[in-house]
Design a protein around this ligand. Structure first.
Ligand SMILES: Cc1cc2nc3c(=O)[nH]c(=O)nc-3n(C[C@H](O)[C@H](O)[C@H](O)COP(=O)(O)OP(=O)(O)OC[C@H]3O[C@@H](n4cnc5c(N)ncnc54)[C@H](O)[C@@H]3O)c2cc1C
Length: 441
């Protein structure tokens, strides 16, 4: 039996980035991953010249921790910025409508009725309100009106988080907007103040991927940390001051352990230690979703694909909740003259033919396509994204309280603090700091 200072269970982006921050600080750390490869949900696949992402495809960064990470790691050299295209499209009455990202042109978009626009303008004078249990629907309707919820926010929450805005907790999934309200009394005032003060955190500063896709980030992290594949952890136990971590045929003692697995797996491992904490984790449900990647010749598509892609409000009743035009976002994703469209569907159970048919029915009228795709790949995630439903803040407080009774044990994966790669790497830095601080006690 060997000893290690910190053992991280789970080699997705959460676990790998915690290990990376710790390794930078000189800590002896291992990452144990049950499958044969690092990355968890994230994997880049190249088929017939098309570079496709199984899960995360873009890092939307506005956090200084990520900028620091990119510079310190040297990954800055492999970064590819999203193409300088400003159009984002929404499906509106069965057609694609460009939604400008600058405030004034966005407010003047034909998407909004005059009534809706006036309601948006009145946000500035609406008093502070809400509570920690407020849902996205309640928060957005209260501050910006029903039209913003139905025409824009609904599609953002369903398309990017596979969640229902009527159930998703506003504080958990819209932390920046809820913060602006609580700090400045109004989202609009908060945005203006941050602009005036030139706070970098006030706006998305850049969106990027890597040469070779997100796999480059994953491979880099796995190489820089002590990553062990085919290490499925079956048991953790507290023995004296140390943690004993076991797979079917290996055991290690660690001073500190981080569980970076999905919540249900963490629940199984924790059950013998704290049943209530395990129950709390079991309550976190996951949304199933599929990604259908279709490759075409550029000439087969009438739409200029002059944007990042589109999102679909639920009232439009389309199978596709969102579509990223990957070949418009990043120049290195397709062979010359080709395009790659990655569409997202809720659920993971459809068969291949049904999935492609459903996507083609949605895309054909929107993009003017009258032929079949020449390349098809489907990625299914039965447990795709955690749902930040219900009393998120209460649940997280409960988790923290229970963990206080299990010193040296940490839970860190995408069911708390945000699902994005940005939030995962930034949260990992915070957890690493806690681990380092505990080490000094
Ligand atoms: C379709 C899709 C599209 C997305 N698009 C974006 C995007 O464009 N931008 C963005 O920022 N984010 C995006 N995301 C979100 C992001 O990809 C995920 O939230 C993130 O990758 C999750 O990382 P994680 O490490 O927390 O969890 P996982 O990736 O689930 O990693 C957990 C790891 O734990 C391992 N494990 C489980 N049990 C054990 C065990 N007993 N022993 C050892 N190991 C174990 C698993 O095998 C897995 O490798 C997307 C997600 C999906 C599904």
């Amino acid at each position: 039996m060997t000893d290690v200072e910190v053992l991280v269970v789970g080699g997705g982006i959460s676990g790998l980035s915690i290990a990376w921050w710790l390794a930078q600080a000189g800590v002896s750390v291992e990452v144990w991953e049950q499958t044969s490869r690092p990355g968890g949900k994230i994997q880049t696949v190249k088929e017939n010249g098309y570079l496709m992402e199984q899960a995360a495809s873009v890092v939307m960064n506005f956090r200084p921790e990520i900028t620091h990470f990119m510079q310190k790691s040297g990954l800055e050299a492999y970064k590819i910025l999203r193409a300088d295209t400003t159009n984002r499209y929404l499906v509106n009455n069965g057609k694609l409508l460009a939604l400008p990202m600058q405030l004034i042109p966005m407010l003047m978009s034909p998407l909004w009725s005059w009534r809706g626009r006036l309601r948006m303008f009145s946000e500035i004078i609406i008093p502070k309100g809400g509570n920690a249990q407020e849902t996205v629907s309640e928060f957005i309707t209260r501050r910006l009106g029903k039209e913003v919820l139905e025409k824009a926010m609904d599609s953002f929450i369903t398309g990017t988080l596979a969640s229902d805005p009527a159930l998703a907790n506003a504080y958990a999934v819209l932390p920046r907007l809820t913060y602006l309200e609580s700090r400045y009394g109004s989202i609009a005032v908060g945005v203006i103040m941050n602009k005036l003060l030139q706070r970098k955190t006030a706006a998305i500063t850049e969106a990027f991927s890597f040469q070779g896709g997100m796999q480059t980030l994953i491979n880099f992290l796995a190489q820089q940390t002590c990553f062990r594949s085919e290490h499925a952890v079956t048991e953790i136990a507290k023995i004296g001051k140390k943690w004993r971590v076991s797979t079917e045929n290996k055991t290690v003692f660690a001073q500190q352990v981080v569980l970076s697995t999905p919540a249900n797996i963490a629940a199984n491992l924790i059950k013998p230690l704290d049943k209530e904490l395990a129950n709390c984790l079991t309550e976190i449900n996951m949304a199933a979703l599929s990604v259908v990647h279709l490759g075409f010749s550029h000439n087969d598509i009438k739409h200029p694909l002059d944007g990042t892609g589109f999102l679909t409000p639920r009232k439009e009743n389309l199978a596709v909740t969102g579509c990223l035009w990957m070949s418009s976002l990043f120049s290195d994703r397709v062979p010359s003259g080709k395009v790659l469209l990655s569409s997202y569907l809720s659920g993971a159970l459809q068969d291949d033919e049904q999935s492609v048919t459903a996507v083609m029915e949605a895309l054909k009228p929107l993009l003017g396509i009258d032929c079949s795709p020449e390349n098809v790949r489907i990625d299914r995630h039965k447990q795709g994204l955690p749902l930040y439903y219900g009393d998120y803040t209460g649940r997280m407080a409960k988790i923290i309280k229970h963990l206080e009774k299990l010193p040296g044990l940490y839970l860190e994966a995408n069911y708390q603090g945000g699902v994005s790669v940005r939030d995962r790497i930034a949260r990992a830095a915070e957890v690493a700091k806690k681990i380092l601080a505990w080490r000094k006690i």
